[in-house]
Design a protein around this ligand. Structure first.
Ligand SMILES: [Zn+2]
Length: 300
C-alpha cells in the first residue's frame, strides 16, 4: 500500500516490522537521476513489481518546486541541502520555500534508520559518496559503486551541520549522499535503481539475495573552501573543470585576483561551481585530501 503522506512524499508500509529506509531524489531539482529513480521505484511498487515485505520505505521528491523548473533550488541560491539545521523544528520559519520543505521532510528523517539522498554534481565527476566515515555508513554505501568517499567531519562544506545526511546522523540514523555523476546525465538511472533495490534487500525490506560487492574505497576529507572574494577567482590551467582534479603541495590551483592559491598538502578539488552558481562570499569549490585507503573500515 503506497500512500502520499505529504506532498511528493510517499510511504510504503511492509506487513511485518522492520527497518525504516528513506530514498530521496531531487533535493536539487536539476539533478535528474535521483528524480527519475524515485519516480521509477514508485511505479514499480504501484504495479506490484517491487514488494515491500518488512519495515517502512519512504520515497521523496526532495524539492518539487525546483524539480518543476529544473533548477537547483526554487530561486537562485536557495538550497534544500543547506536547510537541515540540527534544531530546525525548534526554530522560527524563515519564509523561504526550502525551509518550509525541509520542515515537511525532517520528521521522516528523524525516525529513519537509513537515508540515501541522490545527488549529482554541476560539473563532470565520477560517481562518489559523500557521508561520514564509519563502518555503519560503509554498510549502506557499499551498494553504490564508488571508488571515493568524501567525508566532512569539520563541516567545511557550510560551516555547520546543514545537509540531509548530517541531519540524519545527528538524529541517530545513517545518512549518505550519493553523487551519481553530472546533473542532467540520466544514463545511470537503471544502475542506481538496482543499487537502491540491493540496499532494500540488504536492509530486509525486500525479499531476495544480493552479494556484497567488493568495494575498495579511498576516503577523502574536506579541508577548506575556496571562497569567492571581490577580486574574483580564476582557476589555473587544468583546474575547475570537474571534481577530483588532483593537485600537489605548492602547485598553483588558481588565483584570487592575481594572488596564487596554493595548498600545503597534496589533495583534490571538489564541487567546483558553474559560473552562474558562484556568489561573492560563498565557496566556489573546495579542497579535500585523502586520509586513508582501505578494504574494511574501522569499527565505529
Ligand atoms: Zn545535489
Amino acid at each position: 500500500m503506497i500512500q502520499e503522506i505529504k506532498p511528493a512524499i510517499w510511504q510504503i508500509l511492509g506487513k511485518q516490522p522492520g527497518r525504516n529506509v528513506v530514498i530521496i531524489g531531487g533535493t536539487h531539482g536539476n539533478e535528474r537521476t535521483g528524480v527519475e529513480v524515485v519516480s521509477k521505484l514508485k511505479s514499480m511498487i504501484e504495479s506490484g513489481r517491487l514488494n515491500i515485505i518488512r519495515g517502512t520505505l519512504v520515497l521523496i521528491h526532495g524539492n518539487p518546486r525546483a524539480i518543476e523548473i529544473n533548477e537547483r533550488g526554487s530561486e537562485p541560491h536557495a538550497d534544500l541541502n543547506r536547510s537541515y539545521l540540527v534544531d530546525l523544528l525548534e526554530r522560527e520559519p524563515t519564509g523561504i520555500y526550502e525551509d518550509q520543505r525541509a520542515r515537511e521532510i525532517a520528521p521522516l528523517l528523524i525516525v529513519s534508520d537509513v537515508v540515501v539522498d541522490l545527488h549529482a554534481t554541476n560539473k563532470p565527476s565520477e560517481p562518489f559518496i559523500a557521508c561520514a566515515d564509519s563502518s555503519g555508513h560503509e554498510q549502506v554505501y557499499q551498494w553504490f559503486p564508488s571508488k571515493k568517499v568524501l567525508s566532512d567531519p569539520n563541516y567545511v562544506l557550510a560551516g555547520k551541520l546543514v545537509t540531509t545526511d548530517e541531519f540524519v546522523d545527528a538524529h541517530g540514523g545513517t545518512g549518505l549522499c550519493y553523487e551519481t555523476g553530472q546533473a542532467g546525465d540520466v544514463t545511470r538511472v537503471d544502475e542506481v535503481m538496482r543499487n537502491v533495490i540491493n540496499l532494500l534487500i540488504d536492509q530486509n525490506l525486500v525479499e531476495g539475495e544480493v552479494r556484497i560487492p567488493s568495494n575498495e574505497c579511498e576516503i577523502y576529507e574536506m579541508i577548506e573552501p575556496i571562497v569567492l572574494t571581490a577580486v574574483g577567482f580564476t582557476f589555473a590551467e587544468g583546474f575547475g573543470n570537474g571534481s577530483w582534479e588532483p593537485f600537489v603541495a605548492d602547485q598553483t590551483i588558481g588565483y584570487h585576483g592575481d594572488v596564487p592559491l596554493v595548498a600545503t598538502y597534496d589533495g583534490v578539488v571538489v564541487f567546483p561551481k558553474i559560473q552562474e552558481l558562484r556568489k561573492e562570499g560563498s565557496p566556489l569549490a573546495y579542497l579535500a585530501k585523502k586520509v586513508n585507503e582501505r578494504k574494511k573500515p574501522p569499527r565505529d
